[in-house]
Design a protein around this ligand. Structure first.
Ligand code: F6R
Length: 614
């Protein structure tokens, strides 16, 4: 949600902020704006509803030669996507400019005294009042950092905030309050950068510092001073990042989504490299901080995530139960937190998050931490907040994921949990060595199998053309293919805006079948596993009601030829890993249907890549 960028240094700030906004745009793209220190007028501010391009055309030729400023790309929470609601927000005298990510829960009561004095707000946002409050604190004689801390003291919620005042050109104060929205600072000798995430900084520097919740940074081109919310000085180290910024370029692909789908064979190879060992067959997660005794004492595994990451967790649950033989359950993180789950120090909590910033997940992790649960997190973004809360992290090693719809990181997170399940099974002595060998060997074949699945692209594009005008879709799967069906439906909804439902196939007869007619296609995952025959019966039932069926089957399975309308045959892979190969088909199908419909594939309406509000 919302991207924040800031720069103070010696170079023209405007182009740096605009380029940063473009890199952050995937976080939110309903409006954008910048504020720059301007010698003549104090602060130069420009904002525009719509994407960063709208802002750029509005700026045409007007950028002042400022060497510091802040910018914002918005995902609306309070007030629609309008020029007036776009950030930065100013106080009435134009002395203070503020950008903000997250929610100020008590903004109405903060606004009340101003309204009572007849002062009007120019926007419907929860942000604007912060500029008014900071300006008032400055007028009382506080300096900028003190004023920001004072205003944080009055505000309720979880958010990050970046503030400038025209009185002090080149000085920027950034703060992080609670778990919503990260702030990372970039350091070069005579220039500093501020951003919501690393991807926006890496073209400029690899020397970074992450703000933790409750920290304030007082930034000039030469130095950064850190304090807590009470103003007590803090020491923070600079970390050197090795994340690859070049990976965030679209290259020969029309969309990031397609590029990221195509990155999966190599990404998978990176995931298994050094973790799956053939001689002897084993999974090496030696950096896990849990003792053998602790692992043997686990009585339960709870997997949590949101959206696509929850679907990964759902596949992972099968692995944990099958390979480690530990009772496992999956929860939507937002539900988990608020139903007062029963947890203890023998419950291993595995959280999954591409961004590592999803606020619902962070709240769930806090709940688990308070209950003393050991925690392992699967994350793609180095240094993200989830990795700071969990005891251990398995990185997805997938490089930046820019398309708002997740693809390659789902692949990586499922592999991560597969590895954890094998590791737990070995540590607990519950994994049969032949099963271990089978799975480790199968994992070695996975990158090639995913590469072969990509060769199905022309066939999938053809199927997509055939069904692109359908208004509703059903996706069915059983066992570990059920979460893949859910994901197929989610991906299609997100990028093509077609209504789609993902169901466990056994549930079909308990309601969804009422929807079936010749206009409602079903994508049926009929993988070769112990549930194949049952899946076949479900497909027959759909056909008996004239429902078009696209069957996704394992290599060499001819049993559905002549039954299903279209059959997509997956490359050979061991059954437990077949959901991963089927996932590629789901992703490509959603992509090509969206392409047919002319949708905005990388930035679908209403969505944001990183969800930092509840
Ligand atoms: C779907 C999608 C979302 C995310 C969800 C969780 O394509 O991207 O459903 O999976 O918002 O985000 P992370 O994984 O960053 O916690």
């Amino acid at each position: 949600m919302c991207g924040i960028i800031g720069y103070t240094g010696q170079r023209p700030a405007g182009p740096i902020l605009i380029e940063g906004l473009r890199r952050l745009e995937y976080r939110g793209y309903d409006s954008a704006g910048i504020a720059l220190f301007d010698d003549r007028d104090g602060l130069f501010v420009q904002r525009a509803a719509g994407k960063v391009d709208q802002l750029v055309s509005r700026l045409e030729g007007t950028l002042p030669p400022a060497s510091a400023g802040i910018g914002h790309t918005r995902w609306a929470t309070h007030g629609g996507a309008t020029d007036a609601n776009a950030h930065p927000h100013l106080d009435p005298s134009g002395r203070v400019a503020v950008v903000h990510n997250g929610i100020i829960e008590n903004f109405e009561s903060l606004q009340r005294p101003y309204r009572q004095r007849g002062i009007r707000f120019m926007s419907e946002t929860d942000t604007e009042v912060l500029a008014y409050l900071v300006a008032d604190e400055l007028a009382r004689g506080l300096d900028l950092a003190e004023a920001v801390r004072a205003v944080i003291g009055m505000s309720e919620g979880a958010y990050s905030l970046v503030v400038i005042t025209k009185d002090e050109p080149g000085r920027i104060v950034a703060a992080r309050v609670g778990n919503a929205g990260g702030i990372v600072l970039g350091h070069n000798e005579d220039e500093k950068f501020i951003a919501s995430d690393l991807a926006a900084l890496l073209p400029h520097t690899r020397n970074v510092t992450f703000l933790e919740p409750g920290e304030v940074a007082d930034i000039t081109a030469e130095a950064v001073r850190y304090t807590d919310l009470e103003g007590m000085p803090l020491m923070k180290a600079i970390e050197v990042q090795s994340y690859d910024p070049v990976a965030a370029v679209k290259g020969r692909f029309k969309h990031f989504m397609l590029k990221e789908i195509h990155e999966q064979p190599v990404g998978t190879l990176d995931m298994i490299r050094g973790r799956y060992r053939l001689d002897p067959p084993s999974v090496d997660l030696d950096d896990m901080p849990f003792s053998a005794e602790q692992v043997r004492a686990f009585t339960r595994v709870v997997l949590i995530g949101m959206g696509t990451s929850m679907h990964s967790a759902m596949v992972g649950r099968h692995y944990i139960e099958r390979f480690a033989r530990i009772p496992a359950e999956v929860d939507n993180a937002a539900e988990f937190t608020y139903r007062r789950p029963v947890l203890d120090e023998h419950t291993l909590v595995i959280s999954v998050s591409q961004s590592g910033e999803t606020v619902d997940l962070l709240a769930a992790m806090e709940e688990a931490r308070a209950a003393g649960c050991p925690q392992l997190t699967v994350c793609n973004v180095p240094g993200a907040q989830t990795t700071r809360v969990a005891d251990a992290t398995i990185y997805m090693r997938m490089g930046p994921e820019i398309a708002v719809a997740s693809t390659k990181t789902m692949m990586a997170s499922i592999i991560a949990i597969h590895a954890v399940a094998l590791w737990l099974g070995r540590m607990r002595g519950t994994l049969d060595s032949s099963l271990e060998r089978e799975q480790v060997e199968a994992a070695q074949h996975l990158p090639a199998a995913i590469g072969e699945a990509l060769l199905l692209e022309p066939q999938i594009a053809q199927v997509a053309r055939k069904y692109a005008q359908a208004e509703h879709f059903l996706f069915l799967g059983r066992g570990w293919a059920y979460p893949i069906a859910m994901e197929g439906a989610l991906k299609l909804k997100e990028v093509s805006y077609i209504h789609a439902e993902g169901y466990p196939a056994g549930e079909m007869k308990h309601g969804p079948i009422a929807l079936i007619d010749e206009h409602m296609p079903t994508v049926a995952l009929a993988l070769r596993d112990e549930l194949h025959d049952k899946m076949r019966s479900n497909i027959e039932q759909l056909k008996a009601r004239r429902g078009p069926v696209v069957a996704v089957v394992s290599q060499g399975d001819e049993t559905l030829n002549g039954v299903a309308d279209d059959v997509i045959e997956l490359p050979e892979i061991e059954a437990a890993l077949s959901p991963l190969v089927a996932l590629v088909v789901m992703q490509l199908l959603a992509y090509y249907i969206a392409l047919e419909r002319g949708a905005d594939i990388d930035q679908p309406r209403n969505l944001a890549k990183t969800v930092t509000v509840e």
